[in-house]
Write a protein that binds this ligand. Structure first.
Ligand code: SF4
Length: 162
């Protein structure tokens, strides 16, 4: 427990040291935003940095995500995830974010994800295609022992990894 506590303290100290200049902005963590994309409800929990003007009105928006480095098979595709958050922000809040950034807390680094409109259009097309395939029960299984073992369908699935 003590080891985790000191590791968490070190991560937060590094974060404050590197990015303290941004603290005049407002950070809204784990904000739940839903929107409908065709027949699907997309639900996201997003960390937003808001910049307000002197009247207190929203002037600009940034998306941030905080992660620890993960090389495992189950690691999230954070580039796609942040692009989906950007689509969510445009659809649900009416704001195209200025930036989408992932912070690797254990490494103290961050990288920016391209969220230009053309790329977001492609991602939205991909999501629509995936959703319509799932709705018509056309989707490939990619079984693996580790992934299948954690799956709710493990005992019923005929394609599970052995
Ligand atoms: S058990 Fe079946 S449904 Fe679940 S992850 Fe494996 S292949 Fe996919």
């Amino acid at each position: 427990m003590e080891r985790f506590k000191s590791s968490a303290t070190r991560i937060v100290q590094n974060y404050v040291k590197n990015f303290a200049h941004e603290f005049n902005l407002i950070l809204e963590t784990e904000k739940s935003i839903d929107f409908a994309l065709e027949e699907t409800l997309i639900a996201s929990q997003i960390n937003l940095i808001k910049k307000l003007n002197e009247k207190g009105e929203l002037e600009a928006l940034k998306i941030v995500d905080f992660k620890e480095h993960d090389n495992t098979e189950l690691a999230t595709d954070y580039v796609k995830q942040l692009r989906l958050y950007a689509i969510t922000s445009i659809r649900a809040l009416g704001f195209h974010p200025k930036q989408a950034t992932v912070h690797l807390l254990d490494e103290g680094t961050r990288s920016e994800v391209d969220i230009s409109q053309d790329i977001l259009n492609d991602v939205e097309g991909e999501i629509s295609e995936t959703v319509s395939k799932i709705m018509s029960r056309k989707f490939s299984k990619y079984p693996s022992k580790k992934k299948c073992f954690a799956c709710d369908w493990f005992f019923f699935c005929t394609k599970k990894g052995k």
